[in-house]
Design a protein around this ligand. Structure first.
Ligand code: TPP
Ligand code: MG
Length: 1021
């Protein structure tokens, strides 16, 4: 063992000897310190050490009194108590010992003082092993790792030499579990070092001393430092072997059958499979019933086949897959490559239970699925009343490059301890093959380990040599135990290698020649394990061959079945989604109005503050005004409309969850969903008190961490679990949503098409030109519209009973202008037989605009009330001109179409300029485009010039989306083409908005004036 280092010549010689003998140490360099800042400290210690007299070697066993017999902590504690009561009641050596400990001068300096000194130094060494031992651990299967072993674990640093190895030292008894807790206060240095090396420097490197919680550290120490050798019984070894054979053979089989296909094989990290299976078995033993898994490309097929147990014949059939023929009612979408698809299965565990496993579909974007997995796990916990979060768990598999490089890893980790986002711990497994595509770790991260980001969260990190399958299995079990015990995240870092290139067709020697020289001659983990089992006599070669043969036979059988494999229709429907319609099936359009008595009842609940609650004066005023609105049924504002939508959905039995930055109060101080007692600081949420004994989580509103990517991803995952929930994410300002664009691009806009998974997630993006500058004006409406997949040149079936326009579109984008319409668009999300994402350009100035009010009658379902039209009360995709125009108005010379808050400015200007010949219509639902209603308005104003007015610059906003669709509508009613659409709006611009308020006002005035100018507008503007 290479315990000593350069501190003495003897140690140096010993070190060289050890290096020569021990191959796995030969490539490490010795460092002065792991951190540059520690260097000065080390030098000081070393210099002082030179001046210190060499400790006199006095074997403790030869001490005169009962010192040596003090082999039990009880004894020592009793002794200490006796000494405290009467110092003379104990032997002099003990007297000295305790005096030294409490800082009193010893009566006779000498042996005991020195003993204490040595004990202390030894303790520092033990602690150094606990902190730095992992840096000496044998983690790299290839032995290429150039790591610096910190000086701190060199016994010489503490004044020990080889001559001390067989001396006994006093370690003491401490309130610490593991090594130091055993009742063996006296041990030889050799024994101590052996234990430390075994525990901390074998094929597992434990990092946990960054955790500032003694109980947690003790729990780990107890498991790490126990002397029990890890050995697995023959029965367990057979299971491990069998699983490793499956993992290895699976890749071999794919390579043999489809040599030219990309599969991102697991070769070099095959021990992941036995590790995961053990983790799942152990978790199941400890109460886990369902696991949501997220993982990237590497080894995904292997995990699907061997861990999730997706039928092998299905996996094989996907290798030869052509797009399935479109059958009536078969929901096929555009599909995705096989290593992105998700699935879910129930599988039996080793302990004889069942566990439900879902592997989420994910895009190529590394780590983007992380928050989605966590959100889905949280939703599962809600729906299964998993209050202590022990029944549902998330497991995330990462690559080393992406774990270190992708910011969303950190963002997701940071949700782990937040009350409304925690899932009681995610287990992270890093398949650390020490390369990312062609990039070496030195170029890919600045931290020592790729897992260092997890230290910020005080997660323990178990680094393990991926060639040692039993070690991988061991830490996998330990991770499960940790998660169930402490309900927090934990990381398993499997240090392995990648046998082939990034994918099977890639030549890795172009960029990693040395590594691949070693890899070419390196036996795989299965060969290593087989050899070990045969050599130890656990199994004979024949036994092993038998298992190998069995696996090969099954793989071949499955391959032959795969030829005729017919995929399950509606594979996408999970339990809660039964009865939901695919885009091929018509879903009835329903009204969303609510009985007046229900509106009144919930209206009262949401405007009442409990008697003894001391709300802020301003809040009281707001609630009084709200109560007034409900009572009179007039002047309902945006916030009340939203609360009414939430409340009515909740009383109907739905779950409502709104999350985002500062959403409890609302960025614009309009929502006040949570109010605070000004004296006690207690909080009250009116939407929690709608029904008797309402489940507190049924309505959840939660301020989130300052992350867009992870929080939106989380809510997306949450929304996918159960369709009977309205899940909303609100951006602080719409601009910031671009921090989450991977979720919009890869999941929300395209997820249903790629993976046949529906979601009704609602995204609120404050948008509008109020002169607040370039970063507070635009939610980049144009991007959402550009991603919309409705065909601009084809009018779909619009007849209400046959209409599937929304079902067939990838999402809905709305810019709503009345509180009542907002209420209906939210309720519509749940009152239909399919789910579709909803992007809302939500208002800022309209929250308090005097005209942006609705009457309660627009929310109810009573025939004859305003808002109740032919179809009843429901969301208006287009709001026609508010003047009482007839079905045909020949005298209108201009029809201004617009969307969003600019409507109020146009209407105001129209009134002021007394223009009776202009009609203004609001396109409330931009996508999918309301062709039928636009056609109706075009027919109503046969002589009108058609203007599109927007406040966004020409290259932004809805203009480029609207123009071709409006053109199609014009053509369909014989009113012209796209070239007949005039534009009134800002000029093209690189920046979303001006930073000068005066310029904003001027621009705003000009665009409104232009839209209403008396003379005709030139084409195009
Ligand atoms: C966000 C993102 N950026 C870039 C890529 C392209 N890419 C695919 S795999 C890969 C390397 C990943 O390395 P690592 O995380 O170590 O996983 P490994 O492939 O080694 O298993 C890269 C850069 C990607 N898929 N996603
Ligand atoms: Mg890698």
């Amino acid at each position: 063992m290479a315990w000593f280092r350069a501190a003495s010549t003897a140690a140096r010689v010993a070190l060289r000897r050890n290096i020569a003998q021990s191959s796995h140490h030969c490539n490490r360099t010795l460092a002065a310190s792991p951190l540059p800042g520690f260097r000065a400290f080390h030098t000081t210690v070393l210099r002082r050490k030179a001046a210190t007299p060499v400790p006199r070697a006095v074997p403790l066993s030869r001490l005169t009194d009962s010192f040596l017999n003090g082999t039990s902590s009880v004894y020592l504690e009793e002794l200490q108590r006796a000494w405290e009561a009467d110092p003379d009641s104990v032997d002099e050596s003990w007297d000295n010992f305790f005096r030294n400990f409490v800082g009193q001068a010893a009566t006779s300096p000498g042996i005991s003082g020195q003993t204490i000194q040595e004990s202390m130094r030894l303790l520092l060494l033990v602690r150094a092993y606990q902190v730095y031992g992992h840096m000496k651990a044998n983690l790299d299967p290839l032995g290429l790792e150039q790591r610096e072993i910190p000086e701190d674990i060199d016994p010489a640093l503490y004044g020990f030499t080889e001559a001390d190895l067989d001396r006994e030292f006093f370690l003491g008894v401490w309130r610490m579990a593991g090594f130091l807790s055993e009742n063996r206060p006296v041990q030889t240095l050799r024994a101590i070092l052996n234990r430390l090396e075994q525990a901390y420097c074998g094929t597992i490197g434990y990092e946990y001393m960054h955790i500032a919680d003694r109980e947690k550290c003790n729990w780990l120490r107890e498991r790490i430092e126990t002397i029990k050798p890890r050995g697995y019984s023959q029965e367990r070894s057979e299971v491990i072997l069998d699983r490793l054979i499956w993992s290895s053979q699976f890749e071999n089989f794919l390579a043999k059958k489809w040599p030219a296909q990309k599969r991102f094989g697991l070769e070099g990290a095959e021990t992941l499979i036995p590790g995961m299976k053990e983790m799942f078995d152990r978790s199941s033993d400890l109460g886990v019933e369902s696991i949501v898994i997220g993982m990237p490309h590497r080894g995904r097929l292997n995990v699907l086949g061997n861990v999730v147990r997706k039928p092998l014949r299905q996996i094989f059939s996907e290798f030869d897959k052509k797009k399935p023929k479109d059958e009536d009612g078969l929901y096929t979408g555009t599909g995705d490559v096989k290593y992105h698809l998700g699935t879910s299965y129930d599988r039996p565990t080793r302990g004889g239970r069942q566990i439900h496993l879902s592997l989420l579909a994910n895009p190529s974007h590394l780590e983007a699925v992380d928050p989605v997995v966590v959100g889905k796990t949280r939703a599962k916990q809600y729906y299964s009343n998993d209050f202590d979060r022990t029944k549902n768990m998330g497991v995330l598999i990462h690559g080393d490059g992406s774990f270190a490089g992708q910011g969303v890893v950190y963002e997701t980790l940071h949700l782990s301890g937040l009350p409304n986002y925690t899932t009681g711990g995610t287990i992270h497994i890093v398949v650390n093959n020490q390369v990312a595509f062609t990039t070496d770790p030195q170029a890919g991260r600045s931290s020592q380990y790729c897992t260092d980001v997890a230290k910020a969260l005080s997660a323990p990190i178990f680094h393990v040599n991926g060639d040692d399958v039993e070690a991988v299995v061991h830490v996998s079990e330990l991770a499960s135990e940790w998660r169930q015990k402490f309900h927090s995240d934990v990381v398993v870092d499997i240090v392995c290698y990648r046998r082939h290139g990034h994918n099977e067709g890639d030549e890795p020697s172009f960029t990693q020649p040395k590594m691949y020289q070693v890899i070419r001659n390196h036996p795989n983990a299965l060969e290593i394990y087989e050899k070990k089992l045969v050599e130890s006599g656990t199994f004979s070669r024949e036994d092993i061959d038998k298992i190998n043969h069995k696996v090969e036979t099954i793989l071949e059988e499955e391959f032959s079945y795969s030829k005729d494999y017919i995929p399950n229709k509606r594979d996408w429907l999970s339990a809660y989604w039964t009865g939901f319609k695919s885009p091929e099936q018509i879903s009835r359009i329903r009204n969303t109005g609510v009985k007046p008595e229900i509106l009144k009842r919930v209206g009262e609940a949401i405007t009442t503050i409990p008697e003894n609650f001391k709300a802020h004066r301003g809040i009281k005023r707001v609630f009084d005004q709200r109560a007034q609105m409900i009572q009179t049924g007039e002047g309902i504002d945006w916030a009340v409309a939203e609360a009414l939508a939430f409340a009515t959905l909740i009383v109907e039995g739905n779950h409502v969850r709104l999350s985002g930055q500062d959403v409890e109060r609302g960025t614009f101080s309009h929502r006040h969903a949570v109010i605070h007692d000004q004296e006690t600081g207690d909080i009250y949420c009116h939407l929690d008190h709608l029904t008797m004994n309402q489940n507190e989580e049924m309505f959840t509103v939660s301020n989130s961490s300052l992350s867009e990517f992870a929080v939106l991803g989380f809510e997306l995952g949450y929304s996918m679990e159960n369709p009977n929930s309205l899940v909303l994410w609100e951006a602080q300002f719409g601009d910031f949503a671009n921090g989450a664009h991977i979720i919009f691009d890869q999941f929300l806009s395209s997820g249903e098409s790629k993976w046949l998974r529906q979601t009704g997630l609602c995204v609120l993006l404050p948008h509008g030109y109020d002169g607040q500058g370039p970063e507070h004006s635009s939610a980049r409406l144009e991007r959402f519209l550009q991603m919309s997949d409705d065909n601009p040149y084809v009018i779909p079936e619009m007849e209400p009973t046959l209409r599937k326009q929304i079902q067939e579109c990838n999402w809905q984008v709305v810019n709503v202008t009345t509180p009542a319409n907002y209420f209906h668009v939210l309720r519509r999300q749940l009152h239909r037989d399919f789910r579709k994402p909803l992007i809302v350009m939500s208002p800022k100035s309209l929250l308090r605009h005097k005209d942006c009010k609705s009457n309660l009658s627009e929310f109810d379902d009573v025939a004859g009330h305003p808002g109740f039209d032919k179809q009843g009360t429901r969301f208006k995709r287009l709001i026609k001109d508010q003047n009482d125009h007839k079905d045909r108005e020949e005298g209108i010379s201009r029809l201004v179409l617009c969307s969003g808050k600019v409507y109020y400015e146009l209407d105001d200007y129209r009134q002021k300029s007394n223009r009776k010949d202009v009609a203004i219509c609001r396109v409330e639902q931009l996508c999918p485009f309301p062709y039928d209603l636009v056609q109706r308005e075009l027919k109503r104003y046969p002589n009108a010039e058609i203007v599109w007015c927007q406040e966004e610059p020409m290259n932004m906003g809805a203009y480029h989306y609207i123009a071709p669709r409006l053109g199609t509508a014009l053509r369909s009613v014989g009113r012209g083409t796209m070239e007949d659409i005039k534009y009134a709006g800002r000029a093209p611009s690189a920046s979303t908005a001006t930073g000068f308020f005066s310029v904003h006002e001027k621009e705003q005035h000009e665009l409104v004036e232009k839209a209403l100018q008396p003379e005709p507008i030139n084409f195009p503007f």
